[in-house]
Design a protein around this ligand. Structure first.
Ligand code: MTE
Ligand code: LUZ
Ligand code: MOS
Length: 750
């Protein structure tokens, strides 16, 4: 099936929050936020702002009828600050005016006095000062202490990976309308409609059934709208509740960059032990996650870091600990990979450090330790249907790693001003929300009496094309043409109590629910058709909008069966609920089987480095990826390419900078660089490894949204390889992103 959004996207006709028709009496909201990262609010003077012509009202925490609390996992975040502020950009008040321009003018008229308190911007500093979000977590397998004592090599080191701005094309925003009897409808650009509904209900002090949340589609989310689309919608909802007029609030790019959290920066300390034969025997890490000023999703992200700390390797003795460090930055949040990339960067760094010290190629250690069937992850899950070695070997053969390595070595012997580097990056990513209770979804299918079909699920379309996949599931079961199918907006009154669209699991969870609902409808339709044709229901199938009996076409159309079903008063609507079987996790023991399955793959990255300038070009990224049985290879390869570009950006050029006062310096695209077409890899080859797939993957087509982001980590090590080829004295650093500036320093360090 062709991506169902491509036609309207190309013509600019797709609707986003900012495109929907607003009511004539609509007002516009704007947030007033803290100009300091930490301090006591001594005084805020709203008089001038409130007096401005066209300002309707300015809302603060005092206006909230319910609770001033939006924390999802830990209730530690007010919607609007009360007497203290904890990060630069923290919402304090909400101006509602006749126009956006007036609201903006009013914002400049607000005077605030803040008594400044000490500011913490780094995780290290937070740890030293004992500033944490919650208690640390540790995973343990075997015994690292005794194992290190027996290792032939033991190395220690430190790594840093910086944050990352989501830079969804569509900024955060919402439009909220009052309906009758104190009910309201929220249109939001959110990955979590239920989270918006639930939080709005809590803050407004009304039951959830009074709030309808509708999501058409997102212009990108990447995790940035899993939790952090909520506050804006709730602010507007508070205003609507008290004014009884619609309020629209779309953040401008500057406000969005300043006020929202990003990928978590991590500072980590590792210790790795190997035996002579290059088997990794023991691995210890202390991860310091820079969580920002409130929990947001940090505890869940920290957890996933532990789950992926050994990437696709088997290590018999593991001890990993993560501290969620509370700092005075905007609360950091979900970002494609959800803590997994940060964990995987550290093990890759540890392997690089070990290889460098032993004086061998990193690839040899990687290859010697790949996960095998029935190996145990540190959290107790036994690895099955493992494709680590198979993707590695296939990549090595199909892309001729030996020749590539030789070409790079020859090139480096013959060239001085430019050097080439190469790396191999295997990945293993667990599919399921690590929080088991979140792994469920529902679908609601209506077959209308003319034979057309409406499909509703809890899935949010954000560019990953989940809607297309949902229709594909329905189409395959009903055997009808694509133009008979419509995907409805994601709406809490049609599909309730949804988990956010996240964890790459959306197509699996919602697709399974669609499958169940369609199969139930199909059973009824087979009965109806069987009576029309005087055959048994099990002999009936539907293909090409027609009934088939024992694989032979009949004269009875899909429409005729639906019409007959109406006459017989057969229900043409079905609702289904799916919950992932098997998975479980015991947090008291930190053991269990949290993932439905893992996604594997291997990327070979080669780069050319300009040793005069420190700039580099990515020559090629050659990937063998485990799709299972891809249900839509066009979409899935698109996901691999997009995630790869995003991963490379994180590792090479996207550099978030806060000053020591906690002010965001990289607050525009002239200072925050994202990959464009000129910095993209010159060649990206994605070779699908057709595997059996997993029955818990929708149509055995494995989840693809996040895993390929981590191929980007390979670029860091390919650059490092080239730097080392130029400067033998270079002492390896694990400090990403590896910007051209850092590369240049490394090239000429003594
Ligand atoms: N692709 C596009 N185009 N836009 C996005 O915002 N988000 C990613 C990924 N792919 C995203 C995307 C993230 S963070 C996740 S978790 C998955 O899509 C979610 O969708 P899925 O569960 O349907 O894979
Ligand atoms: N969100 C979440 C996620 O709440 N739990 C997860 O395990 C997860 N994993 C990846 C991305 N988002
Ligand atoms: Mo993705 S980080 O799970 O939204």
């Amino acid at each position: 099936m062709k991506n169902i959004d491509s036609y309207t996207h190309l013509r600019g006709e797709s609707l986003f929050v900012d495109d929907i028709m607003i009511r004539q009496d609509a007002l516009f909201g704007l947030c007033f936020d803290s100009p300091k990262a930490h301090g006591k609010i001594k005084k805020v003077d709203y008089t001038k702002a409130a007096a401005l012509q066209g300002v309707v009202r300015i809302f603060t925490y005092k206006d909230i009828l319910g609770e001033n609390q939006i924390g999802g996992i830990i209730p530690d975040e007010p919607l609007w600050a009360e007497d203290e502020v904890h990060f630069w950009g923290q919402p304090i008040a909400f101006i509602v005016a006749e126009s956006e321009a007036i609201a903006k003018k009013a914002r400049a008229l607000i005077c605030i006095e803040i008594e400044e308190l000490p500011v913490i911007t780094t995780a290290k500093e937070a740890k030293e000062k004992g500033s944490f979000i919650n208690a640390p977590r540790s995973f343990e397998l075997g015994n690292t202490k005794t194992s290190f004592a027996n290792c032939d090599y033991v190395f220690e080191g430190e790594t840093f990976s910086n944050g990352q701005e989501h830079l969804y094309l569509e900024t955060q925003g919402c439009y909220v309308e009052p309906k009758e009897n104190g009910t309201l409808k929220i249109t939001s650009s959110t990955q979590g409609p239920t989270q918006v509904q639930k939080t709005a209900a809590k803050v407004l002090g009304i039951p959830m059934h009074k709030i309808e949340v509708d999501v058409i589609r997102l212009g990108g989310g990447f995790g940035g709208k899993e939790d952090q689309a909520t506050p804006w919608a709730v602010m507007a909802a508070v205003a609507v509740q008290l004014l009884n007029r619609p309020v629209k609030y779309i953040l401008n790019r500057h406000d969005d960059l300043r006020m929202t959290g990003k990928r978590h920066p991590y500072n980590s300390f590792f210790k790795i032990g190997l035996s002579k034969d290059l088997k990794i025997q023991a691995f210890e890490v202390e991860f310091l996650q820079n969580s920002g000023a409130a929990a947001d999703l940090s505890p869940a992200i920290a957890e996933r870091t532990l789950f992926h700390a050994t990437n696709s390797y088997f290590i018999p003795n593991v001890h990993t600990t993560v501290f969620s460090c509370k700092t005075n930055l905007p609360p950091n949040t979900a970002f494609r990979g959800f803590g997994g990339p940060q964990g995987m960067y550290v093990i890759e760094s540890a392997i690089a450090a070990a290889a460098d010290n032993i004086g061998i190629d990193k690839i040899n250690i990687q290859e010697a330790n790949l996960l095998k069937e029935n190996d145990s992850f540190s959290y107790g899950q036994i690895a099955t249907e493992v494709q680590a070695e198979k993707t590695w070997k296939t990549a090595k053969e199909k892309f001729d790693l030996k020749t590539l390595q030789k070409e790079v070595a020859d090139y480096n012997t013959n060239n001085h001003q430019t050097k080439k580097g190469i790396s191999v990056m295997p990945i293993a990513f667990g599919i399921s929300f690590t929080n088991t209770p979140m792994n469920h979804a529902r679908a609601l299918i209506h077959i209308y009496q003319d034979g057309s079909v409406g499909v509703s699920t809890g899935a949010v379309e954000m560019g990953q094309s989940v809607n297309t996949k949902m229709l594909q599931v329905a189409q395959d079961i009903f055997g009808i043409s694509a133009d008979k199918l419509k995907l409805e907006s994601t709406n809490t009154t049609r599909v309730a109590n949804t988990s956010p669209t996240a964890a790459s699991a959306t197509a699996d969870l919602n697709g399974k629910a669609v499958e169940m609902a369609c199969n139930n409808l199909m059973e009824r339709l087979q009965k109806v058709a069987s009576k029309l044709l005087y055959v048994k229901p099990e002999n009936i199938t539907f293909q090409n909008d027609t009934v088939f009996v024992d694989g032979k076409k009949t004269m009875i159309s899909w429409e005729a069966v639906i019409a007959q079903a109406m006459l017989e008063r057969v229900a043409l609507t079905e609702n289904a609920h799916y919950a992932t079987p098997i998975i479980h996790f015991d947090k008291t023991k930190e053991k269990g089987h949290p993932f439905a399955y893992h996604v594997y793959g291997t990327a070979i990255t080669s780069i050319t480095l300009d040793c005069l300038r420190g700039t580099y070009e990515i020559d090629a990224v050659n990937i063998v990826h485990d799709f299972g049985k891809s249900m839509n290879l066009g979409i899935d390869i698109g996901q691999v390419e997009g995630a790869l570009a995003q991963g490379i950006g994180w590792m090479t050029m996207e550099e978030i900078a806060y000053d020591t006062n906690g002010k965001l310096l990289s607050n525009t695209l002239s200072t925050y660089k994202v990959p464009d077409i000129f910095s993209a890899a010159k060649k990206v080859n994605v070779l699908p490894l057709e595997t059996e797939g997993n029955p818990m993957a929708i149509k055995k087509s494995k989840a693809v949204g996040e895993p390929p982001l981590m191929y980007g980590i390979g670029t860091y090590f390919a650059i490092q390889h080239a730097v080392k080829a130029f400067n033998k004295n270079h002492k390896l650093q694990f400090n990403s992103p590896f910007t051209p500036e850092k590369v240049l320093m490394s090239l000429y360090e003594k």
